[in-house]
Design a binder for this molecule. Structure first.
Ligand code: SAM
Ligand code: SF4
Length: 350
């Protein structure tokens, strides 16, 4: 028994009962998908994610260590989590990320990551060794100059080459593209055409409001608007609606004859909260039961004090609201005060 795992002596029977009820909320949603942010830092500065003047970083001592990440992840797995996504900030820039991946890969889970792709080439062997077979890579424009504008850095060529490399190495690539009206919405069809000869899954993400990202409803490119562009560019019979898995946040499509697919994540215009199975852990050890919730549950302090974190996790799950932490209508998005208290995305982990 270690100091950071006060419950490791508990019987298998108790672990089993935690598994059965621990992560089911009051609406019957089972939370089996944990996203862990490894860092608040990043080698890019995407305007929709990080405020222009940066974010107040947590002191290093407040960031979860490698051991703490494993202990918490293990607890969640004992309670029923079957999938873990590592995110950030940029998860690959943390010095001990390889070690964290090695350790988490020993758990009975599907392990994956969301990355900006800048240094992903250095990790391909590690991913293959641990059966990490799909990755989400962020890419918001196919134009190098526009990419520089949105990321405030010049890494377009590197990221694009890395996407090709990953595909060549047999890793499935999902491209995350946040659409912002008047900035990159003219590229919707270019992105879909990328899937003509490449087996990529392009995911258009509706721009969401977070602290300091200058969101407003006029910048939103909605599910309806995306589909309307697709319908005016391709023949109706060539647009194939694919089946979505029960907990998918995406509505997936394929153009007839194309190798890859595309999808829309409509968190703002058409939330998918009914089937939500996600819970998030920030790099400084705070549990967020919803991306839109400004309330957090500190599990790192009690863990460090040698206390049980199980009741805190259960309480966080039980207090989850039905839709977007109360932002249940589009009108509520218009009021800045309903989302200004939330962290910037870079410190949550998307
Ligand atoms: N650095 C990694 C990356 O960019 O892929 C992982 C962290 S990033 C916060 C995770 C995802 O959140 C990215 O796909 C990013 O595009 C998305 N994201 C960030 N801010 C967003 C916003 N305001 N609206 C929608 N998606 C956002
Ligand atoms: Fe960094 Fe990812 Fe946020 Fe861009 S979206 S600033 S790459 S964490």
């Amino acid at each position: 028994m270690t100091k950071t795992d006060p419950e490791s002596h508990k019987s298998f029977g108790l672990v089993k009962s935690e598994k059965e009820g621990g992560l089911t909320d009051t609406f019957g949603r089972k939370h089996n998908y944990l996203r862990i942010s490894l860092t608040e830092r990043c080698n890019l500065r995407c305007t929709y994610c990080m405020p222009a003047d940066g974010v107040q970083l947590s002191p290093k001592s407040h960031i979860m260590t490698y051991e703490e990440i494993y202990t918490i992840a293990k607890k969640f797995v004992d309670m029923g989590v079957t999938k873990i996504r590592l995110t950030g900030g940029e998860p690959l820039i943390r010095k001990d990320t390889s070690r964290i991946i090695e350790k988490l890969a020993s758990l009975p889970i599907q392990l994956t990551l969301t990355t900006n792709g800048v240094i992903v080439d250095k990790f391909i062997d590690l991913f293959k060794k641990h059966q990490i077979t799909t990755l989400n890579i962020s890419l918001d424009s196919l134009d190098a100059q526009k990419n520089k504008t949105i990321t405030r850095r010049s890494y377009f060529d590197k990221v694009y080459q890395n996407i090709l490399l990953l595909i060549k190495e047999g890793i499935q690539v999902k491209i995350n593209c946040v659409l912002i009206k008047g900035f990159n919405d003219a590229e919707i069809i270019d992105f879909i055409n990328l899937s003509k000869n490449l087996p990529v899954h392009v995911r258009f993400i509706e721009f969401m409001p977070f602290d300091g990202n200058r969101w407003n409803l006029e910048k939103l490119v909605s599910l309806e608007q995306i589909l309307s562009r697709v319908q005016s560019s391709f023949k109706k019979e060539d647009i194939i609606k694919l089946e979505d898995a029960p907990n998918d946040t995406t509505k997936s499509y394929q153009i007839q004859g194309y190798q890859g697919t595309f999808a829309i994540i409509s968190s703002v215009s058409n939330p998918f909260c009914d089937s939500c199975n996600r819970i998030r852990l920030t790099a400084n050890g705070q549990l967020k039961n919803c991306l839109f919730s400004s309330k957090e549950s500190d599990i790192l302090t009690p863990l460090r004090a040698g206390e049980s974190i199980t009741p805190i996790i259960q309480k966080a799950i039980q207090s989850k609201l039905k839709i977007r932490s109360g932002m249940d209508t589009l009108d509520k998005f218009k009021k800045t005060e309903t989302h200004a208290n939330n962290r910037s995305m870079i410190t949550i982990g998307g």
